[in-house]
Unconditional design. Structure first.
Length: 147
């Protein structure tokens, strides 16, 4: 048994029970973005969250315990993603990464945007020419220090 097997069981149960990520997030009292990442094996559950997942997905005690282990983060099967939607994110970073870097450094100085102290919000934006995907990423700025 490993965390990947637990993730596959969660996904299979979600599909079988026709669950939606946003509805699951309400059960956990977290955002749909964090809840989805956690259920896909990218975040660590506390005991209460693991108990809730055990109830919702019919997990064994061992499977619920795996949810409380810090996962190996990074869910892509290859360095260059092949899934078209994920590839577009890779393309965005390839094309605009240097622009994002320059603008962050100009505004904040030498440092990084945290992916740990981080939030994300994904919403549908109605548009008569075709609905748009609005993604807001918010990470704490962490300056490099001199030593």
């Amino acid at each position: 048994m490993d965390r990947n097997q637990v993730t596959q069981k969660i996904i299979a149960t979600k599909v079988a029970k026709k669950m939606r990520w946003a509805d699951l997030a309400q059960h956990f009292g977290q955002s749909k973005e964090w809840t989805t990442a956690a259920l896909l094996g990218q975040m660590t559950f506390n005991r209460e969250q693991a108990d809730k997942a055990q109830e919702l997905f019919g997990l064994t005690d061992e499977e619920a315990a795996w949810l409380q282990i810090v996962p190996y983060k990074g869910s892509l099967p290859s360095a260059v993603p092949t899934d078209p939607l994920i590839y577009r994110w890779y393309e965005i970073v390839s094309v605009y990464g240097t622009t994002i870097k320059e603008l962050i450094h100009e505004e904040f100085g030498d440092g990084i945007m945290s992916a740990i102290d981080f939030s994300m919000d994904i919403q549908r934006e109605a548009d008569p020419k075709g609905d748009r995907v609005q993604v807001v990423l918010s990470g704490k700025f962490l300056p490099y220090k001199s030593y």
